[in-house]
Design a protein around this ligand. Structure first.
Ligand code: CDP
Length: 227
């Protein structure tokens, strides 16, 4: 079986990482959560004085980009990789609402994207990778053999993310989560640099009414036709 590249893009919190993780496990591929990388850069900006209240000082961040090292380390208990920011495991911290509220401003900065896209392309150089994000099928791997564009109804997405945060004991309200998803989708789809959009050759997967097993078997079926 030849190894392919799988690009999964779509709106905030529609289950891209869940599907990407499942596929990587089934196929023995590497899973890369590109959103975690943008979240880690946002965390660095927050911790290093590049936010004035809620507003990002772009020059401050761009001047500090060379200080930021991003790596992944496999966490056997989770069965997935944790992200390291300058050697520190920040996997939990980057999922907090204050990071979610700032990450899309950071992800709109051209220099940030240039740095992270280069790392992502290097990680996928040997194929056998499933990467999820916003620009994977359009910018990072425009020649990916399989491109999936995921979506789900906004109320389904908000309910899922709220439940996930609740399980982790992260303070938030359903309304706050709903607003965050709406704001991020708006920034992500309208930004100048690599906006979120469906690649022309992507397959649309609306998982509003699908179980995790159902979405996995659909995607595995698409993979089997390509390998
Ligand atoms: O998991 P969730 O859908 O909440 O988002 P994420 O994948 O963790 O991504 C967080 C944010 O990073 C997104 O809202 C985008 O602003 C940005 N992002 C991006 O611009 N490009 C990517 N390839 C991945 C994420």
């Amino acid at each position: 079986m030849n190894r392919i590249t799988i690009a999964i893009d779509g709106y905030s919190s529609c289950g891209k990482s869940t599907l990407a993780k499942q596929l990587a496990k089934e196929l023995g591929y590497t899973f890369v959560d590109s959103g975690a990388m943008y979240r880690a850069v946002a965390l660095y900006a927050m911790q290093n004085g590049c936010f004035n209240h809620h507003e990002l000082n772009e020059n401050c961040l761009v001047n500090k980009l060379d200080e930021i090292a991003i790596q992944f380390t496999f966490n056997a208990s989770r069965g997935a990789s944790d992200i390291l920011l300058n050697g520190k495991n920040v996997e939990n911290e980057i999922r907090q609402m204050d990071v979610s509220n700032k990450v899309s401003q950071v992800a709109a900065v051209k220099e940030v994207r240039k740095k992270l896209v280069a790392i992502q392309q290097e990680m996928g150089r040997n194929k056998g990778v499933v990467m999820d994000g916003r620009d994977i099928g359009t910018v990072v791997f425009p020649h990916a053999e399989l491109k999936i564009f995921m979506t789900a109804r906004p109320e389904v997405r908000a309910a899922r993310r709220y439940a996930e945060l609740e399980t982790k004991g992260e303070p938030s309200t359903l309304e706050e989560v709903r607003k965050n998803l709406e704001t991020r989708d708006n920034i992500d789809t309208t930004r100048k640099e690599d906006p979120l959009k469906q690649a022309e050759d992507a397959i649309v997967l609306d998982n509003s009414g699908l179980s995790q097993d159902e979405q996995l078997s659909l995607a595995l079926n698409w993979v089997s036709k390509l390998t």
